[in-house]
Design a protein. Structure first.
Length: 451
DNA sequence: TCTGGGGTCCTTCGGCGC
DNA sequence: TCTGGCGCCGAAGGACCC
């Protein structure tokens, strides 16, 4: 396609009716909501082991320099006062459902992007003529129902809406009218554009391209030569505000899988085979939850030096048969020719097929559970009695008389707990002897719409 | 104390059928 | 019959996002 044609591509919308909503430091905000003693305090949510990284830092922790994707050890050094919590996905999912349900009152066209983000097409709802009112009302409603702050951006395209919600953070609302689009877009650093990460930004930097205005000055052929055909065309158009992507609710899942980074690198065929079994168990569990089968199994191996490779096995037909998929996972892992210390193992299923192949009655023996790899503390969040082994900071517990609380830490038999929840006042931490005062791990109290 | 875990999409390369 | 080219597909790797 020639550049003039690309630059001319129809600008479908004329009004700012694409809304992007994004919950502010979502995981950390949920934790502060559910744990009153953490409100106003720095919170880091993420891996709590020696190789953990930060998923979300609360704004208090960000002020100290902590960021998501940073190693937890570094974040703790920057923000020593921070509470470090293991993620409670069940709780986040429940809050997410409430947010999505509230957004759905604006329009039937809601496209969730992730657990805490969604696009809404206001053109398909009653607020097409007053997007700002839609945003103000839905923000208030979400705060009322969940107690969480959501930033909203509104624009003529997905790109502008997303960048506007970023610009409004935290707890902001920004409507970019079509007439103001260039004033908004052109000064932004290219790194702000979704899809431009460190590698693409570095390539553009070599062209002296730092802002969207710089990007707009680049000819199409230079861009495609620099970042590839598809990205080049994409950037050429985005820089001109051309982004015809529709708000499209729900897309089909393309793959499911699981991976595990070990607390210490593992070595030796037996340990590795057992670890492949365990990560395959988890991947199979997710495949079953998703429903259907798969035709391709990919094993991923990361070595101690962080080099990563993948090997795949494609079956003649898709199958939902655990034994077949497990055998394929082992075959793919063997194809990786592991003869070095392994830091991470992953197994994922691709070429998913919705029709689950029935388990044949004569071979439905469940494979024996994999032998435990005892140096790899996995994360069996099975509910039951709290022990030093299954304890993770932040998990919900319940005591006979003291009620509901959350784990601060456990040393031997001594569990430190704060007995508090959403609606209670902040509690001081309390030490409980698990031998005499057992604590039960319980699922999160999930908020509901009529809250 | 470097560097998680869930994904998606794109590119490149090689094999294969026509 | 040989060869080149094209399109398609699978495999592998990499960039990116939250």
């Amino acid at each position: 396609m020639d550049p003039a044609q690309l630059a001319d591509a129809s600008r479908l919308r004329t009004r700012a009716t694409v809304l992007h909503a994004d919950a502010d430091s979502f995981f950390a905000a949920v934790e502060q909501r559910d744990k009153p003693s953490l409100r106003g305090r720095p919170v880091l949510v993420g891996g709590t082991g020696p190789r953990g990284v930060v998923s979300t830092a609360s704004y208090e922790a960000r002020r100290a320099g902590a960021r998501s994707a940073m190693s937890m050890s570094r974040a703790r050094r920057l923000s020593p006062a921070a509470a470090v919590l293991f993620p409670r996905f069940e709780a986040y999912s429940a809050y997410s459902r409430l947010i999505m349900a509230t957004l759905a009152t604006l329009s039937e066209l809601v496209e969730p992007l992730s657990i805490d983000e969604a696009f809404v097409d206001l053109e398909a709802g009653p607020f097409a003529d007053d997007p700002a009112r839609a945003a103000t009302e839905v923000r208030a409603r979400i705060r009322e129902v969940t107690g969480l702050a959501v930033s909203i951006g509104i624009g003529r395209t997905k790109l502008v809406a997303k960048l506007a919600s970023d610009a409004g953070k935290p707890d902001g609302l920004l409507v970019v009218e079509p007439a103001d689009e260039d004033d908004f877009l052109l000064p932004l650093p290219v790194r702000a554009v979704p899809g431009i990460g460190p590698a693409t930004a570095a390539a553009l930097e070599r062209l002296d391209v730092r802002t969207v205005a710089d990007l707009r000055r680049q000819p199409l052929d230079i861009l495609t030569m620099t970042v590839g055909e598809s990205s080049g065309v994409n950037l050429f158009r985005l820089a001109r505000g051309i982004d015809p992507r529709p708000v499209a609710p729900s897309t089909e899942r393309k793959s499911v899988g699981a991976e595990r980074t070990f607390a210490q690198d593992i070595f030796g065929a037996d340990l590795i085979a057992a670890a492949v079994d365990r990560v395959t168990d988890e991947a199979l569990r997710r495949l079953t939850a998703h429903g259907g089968g798969a035709r391709t199994v990919v094993a991923k191996v990361r070595f101690a030096d962080f080099t990563t490779l993948t090997r795949s096995v494609t079956l003649a037909q898709p199958t939902a048969e655990p034994a077949e998929l497990r055998a394929a996972a082992h075959q793919a892992a063997r194809a990786a020719g592991i003869n070095d210390s392994v830091r991470l193992l992953g197994v994922s299923f691709h070429n998913l097929s919705p029709h689950a192949q029935l388990t044949l009655p004569w071979d439905d023996d469940e494979p024996a559970p994999a032998a435990a790899v005892d140096d790899v503390p996995d994360v069996p969040l099975a509910l039951g009695l709290l022990t030093e082994e299954n304890a993770r900071p932040g998990l919900d517990v319940e005591h006979d008389t003291l009620g509901r609380g959350w784990v601060v830490h456990v040393r031997g038999r001594q569990a430190t707990v704060r007995f508090e929840s959403v609606d209670t006042p902040p509690a001081r931490s309390q030490v409980v002897d698990l031998a005499t005062d057992p604590l039960l791990l319980v699922p999160p109290l999930t908020p509901t719409l009529d809250a």
